[in-house]
Design a protein around this ligand. Structure first.
Ligand SMILES: NC(=O)c1ccc[n+]([C@@H]2O[C@H](COP(=O)([O-])OP(=O)(O)OC[C@H]3O[C@@H](n4cnc5c(N)ncnc54)[C@H](OP(=O)(O)O)[C@@H]3O)[C@@H](O)[C@H]2O)c1
Length: 334
């Protein structure tokens, strides 16, 4: 019989609504490397193996295949709908048609509700999936509180209408949150943000926690398989950081698992991607055993390199000076 982790022993996080979310989930963005079939097969194996949280998005172009697998898992009685926690996201070109986008995700995922629906990026700036890092869309424009709130109002309506249980934001900054949170009728339950040992975003993490917004960490092991076009010479490789390597040796596990233990013990929900069964099962198992010591947690906290991997330069607008403009580094909205 193949390995299974009892979902009851996987830690949970409580959202401000009282709903529970597993402390680790499976990412489903195959990028250029893994097609829909590989991702769907991984979802099937992962849910059989005890995963209950899946991080999906329309732009990942595989929700239809993921949906077929979910239907099969539900029909086979492997899991019930209530036991699953499924996220999806509205992509940048659908900020004016959020309901249509959400309904498409529901149809593709073959679900009648989504547990947590994110605004994937706070800009309506579209770029074709897989496009070159230097490509720019002349229609791109900077963040606008008004435009964002129009999108958010549509998200709030999804909750009112029962299409989604929670709504969340992604790729935000403190200045943007400061501007929009007071205007939200329904507060975001979660914030998806890049988070790994070399890029801990401590201030944003603390800000989210202080506002009862659950951080969900993407690229939790440093996204080693991202396309070459998304790598720069300065990027730090998390799994090769001396602190991570040494702690991995002490625990006799792969450095990837140290990144995940750290994430869960710190409090964000990591959503590592893998289509390889030994990897994704190891990723779930590691957070149920052999935790890091306080000293190890502190050592990793001190190892932050402020190294953002998903810079988002393809979303820049004409006149922007560089990818840093997307992230409000001087504390004001650009
Ligand atoms: N909201 C957003 O804007 C946003 C942005 C990016 C990502 N995400 C979400 O976050 C998820 C994760 O991000 P990501 O895929 O970029 O990065 P990641 O999870 O940090 O890295 C995934 C890669 O790590 C390797 N890996 C996984 N488990 C491993 C293990 N146990 N041992 C060794 N290597 C392991 C695999 O490489 P190999 O394939 O080479 O084995 C895998 O492809 C995505 O799938 C997506 O759902 C959201």
């Amino acid at each position: 019989m193949s390995e299974r982790i009892n979902p009851a022993i996987v830690p949970k996080r409580k959202l401000y609504t009282g709903a529970e979310m597993p402390a680790l989930g499976l990412g489903t963005f195959g990028s250029d490397k893994y097609g829909p079939d590989a991702v769907a097969e991984a979802v099937y194996g992962a849910v059989q193996g005890g995963y209950r949280l899946l991080d999906c998005a329309e732009v990942y172009q595989n929700e239809d295949r993921v949906g077929e697998v979910l239907e099969k898992l539900l029909a086979e009685g492997v899991v019930t709908r209530e036991e699953l926690f499924i996220t999806s996201k509205v992509w940048n070109d659908n900020h004016r048609q959020v309901e249509a986008s959400c309904r498409r995700s529901l149809e593709n995922l073959k679900l009648d509700y989504i547990d947590l629906y994110f605004v994937h990026w706070p800009f309506p700036n579209y770029h074709a999936p897989g496009c070159d890092g230097d490509s720019r869309n002349p229609d791109s424009r900077p963040f606008s509180v008004e435009e964002f709130m129009d999108t958010w109002r549509q998200c709030e309506k999804l909750v009112d209408d029962g299409l989604v249980r929670h709504i969340g934001m992604s790729n935000m900054t403190i200045p943007k949150l400061e501007a929009v949170l007071p205007l939200c009728r329904i507060k975001p339950a979660a914030l998806e943000l890049e988070c790994h040992p070399a890029f801990q975003q401590q201030e944003l993490f603390d800000y989210a926690c202080a506002h009862q917004i659950q951080p969900v960490g993407f690229c939790p092991i440093g996204s080693p398989s991202r396309p070459e076009r998304d790598k720069t010479a300065e990027d730090v490789v998390d799994m090769e950081m001396p602190e991570i390597e040494e702690i991995a040796r002490a625990h006799q596990v792969h450095p990837a698992l140290i990144c995940l233990k750290w994430a869960v013990q710190r409090g964000q929900i990591p959503i590592p991607f893998s289509v390889k069964k030994p990897q994704y099962m190891g990723n779930l198992r590691c957070i149920t055993e052999d935790p890091l010591t306080e000293a190890e947690m502190e050592r990793i906290a001190g190892a932050d390199k402020n190294c953002r991997l998903v810079k988002g330069q393809v979303f820049l607008w004409p006149g922007a000076s560089g990818w840093e403009d997307l992230w409000d580094l001087d504390g004001t909205i650009h």
